[in-house]
Design a protein around this ligand. Structure first.
Ligand SMILES: NC(=O)c1ccc[n+]([C@@H]2O[C@H](COP(=O)([O-])OP(=O)(O)OC[C@H]3O[C@@H](n4cnc5c(N)ncnc54)[C@H](OP(=O)(O)O)[C@@H]3O)[C@@H](O)[C@H]2O)c1
Length: 314
């Protein structure tokens, strides 16, 4: 099968290459998925799990990509809850070969059924962004109706989903981003937009929950905005600051089949719309993986077209 691989930590995105790999092995509790569409996170080449397995051993050449939508091709021994031929979407494991491939083996618990009328391209934009936004706002941030949340990077993959989920629950949303992001953030339902290039963050007012995806100096300046009893949640890096009278939380997104199922329902009935940007082929992945300003929406790699049959291994 064809896959995108990386071998050299120092090479960054320039080290990505289209490679021929063996069909993946389905271990116990695994599902092999025929990947129809895949998503990736631009920073993942810096994650330790891209290069080593769970025991810390080198696992290169490794296949990046942690979001997928496709069809179950094979079940490993003992796998329950899914069946061959079923449409599914979800997360690839952090320390195994990922979704930028024709087939990938993942733990069954990482996947949820995908309704027949939901497009694989849109579904592949949701697993990491949707679960991260949900877990950040509600599990870690404990956001409730009537509270105010500030969401950094509101036009990005995670931020844009967070704005929509926060609005739906009845929170007041202060969104931030670059000047060009204003229309997107307000269009998604944000009440206020703070332009991080032109406005003073400190004028945003106090908030109950601050959800950060940027880190660094912007995160450091954000802690002071969190009101007493509130929470600063970040997914960028463990924070070195903490609200004076509140909590600071860093977390890594967890697989959650029930929540993915719930997010798929929101997608279906139009309550949630991931912003999909460019849709490219597997062979084009190296040219679109590198970080670049001005890219709007999540880039999706489409591996099987809609007109293809959803068959198992060939
Ligand atoms: N811990 C976890 O479990 C977890 C899960 C998901 C994501 N993440 C991390 O969260 C981060 C965001 O992920 P994502 O997929 O949402 O990325 P993304 O789609 O690139 O979104 C990030 C957004 O923040 C904006 N931004 C970044 N730096 C900025 C700055 N200095 N000023 C103003 N706006 C800025 C970006 O604008 P530009 O594109 O113009 O820079 C973009 O709109 C990444 O670092 C990712 O690795 C962590």
């Amino acid at each position: 099968m064809q896959a995108i691989t990386v071998r050299d930590r120092e090479a960054g995105a320039s080290g990505l290459a289209l490679t021929e790999l063996p069909y993946p092995h389905a271990a116990g509790n695994d599902v092999v998925v025929r990947v129809h569409a895949a998503g990736f996170t631009r920073g993942e080449l810096a994650w330790p799990g891209t290069w080593t397995d769970r025991a810390g051993r080198d696992r290169t050449p490794s296949v990046p990509g942690h979001e997928l939508s496709g069809v179950v091709a094979e079940l490993g021994y003992g796998t329950t809850g899914l069946t061959v031929g079923q449409r599914v979407f979800g997360l690839a494991d952090w320390t195994r070969d990922g979704s930028l491939a024709e087939y990938t083996a993942v733990e069954a618990r990482n996947l949820a059924p995908l309704p027949s009328d939901t497009d694989h391209t849109v579904a592949a934009a949701l697993p990491v962004s949707g679960l991260t936004a949900w877990q950040g706002l509600f599990d870690h941030g404990r956001l409730t109706a009537g509270q105010t949340v500030l969401i950094h990077g509101a036009a990005g993959s995670v931020g844009s989903i967070a704005v929509q989920l926060a609005r739906e629950v009845g929170a007041r949303v202060v969104a931030t981003g670059r000047s060009a992001d204003r229309g997107i953030a307000l269009g998604l339902g944000a009440d206020v937009f703070v332009d991080l290039d032109a406005d003073r963050l400190e004028d945003a007012g106090s908030v109950d929950v601050l959800f950060d995806v940027i880190g660094g100096e912007i995160l450091d300046r954000s802690a002071a905005l969190v009101r007493a009893g509130g929470t600063l949640v970040t997914v960028a890096a463990p924070p070195t600051v903490k609200p004076e009278d509140g909590r600071a939380v860093f977390f890594v997104v967890e697989p959650d089949r029930a929540r993915l199922t719930d997010l798929a329902q929101r997608l279906r009935d139009g309550r949630l719309k991931p912003i999909v940007g460019e849709v490219r082929s597997l062979a084009e992945t190296p040219s679109v993986f590198a970080p670049g300003r001005g890219r709007s929406g999540k880039t999706i790699i489409r591996i099987v077209s809609d007109s293809s049959t959803e068959a198992g291994p060939q």
